[in-house]
Ligand binder design. Structure first.
Ligand code: FES
Length: 122
């Protein structure tokens, strides 16, 4: 018979595992904010994404930024990673494209192929 304390510990550990799994399951949007990304308008892209997510009350999406990813000519770059799907990189994103990416890719799961510059591994 396990002690109450021991059972409590097991429960905590399981809850923690579930939380970690859920965190992993989140959709992710990564905006390239290297020097040339910012020069090309990455700040406007980032605020359009945050604004669109807010308007749609989408809370299950993690938005982060990254530095230079070596594709200057394609900046601003936006990565979208849906749980269990390969990373999709969009190039030459502006505020209006960013909003459409949220609407189509994040909400509907439809990749906007004409703006994709790279598709990665899972
Ligand atoms: S800062 Fe643009 S590719 Fe490096």
């Amino acid at each position: 018979m396990k002690s109450l304390e021991e059972l409590q510990r097991i429960k905590e550990a399981q809850l923690e595992a579930i939380r970690l799994r859920e965190a992993d399951q989140k959709a992710k949007i990564v905006v390239g904010m290297g020097t040339c990304g910012i020069a090309a308008g990455a700040r406007e892209v980032m605020s359009a994404i945050l604004d669109e997510l807010g308007k749609r009350r989408l809370t299950g999406v993690a938005v982060t930024q990254t530095g230079c990813i070596g594709l200057c000519a394609q900046e601003p770059l936006v990565d979208v990673i849906l749980p269990g799907k390969p990373r999709v990189t969009y190039g030459k994103v502006d505020a209006s494209k960013a909003r459409q990416i949220v609407a189509q890719h994040i909400v509907n799961g439809i990749v906007i192929s004409e703006w994709v510059v790279n598709r990665g591994e899972e």
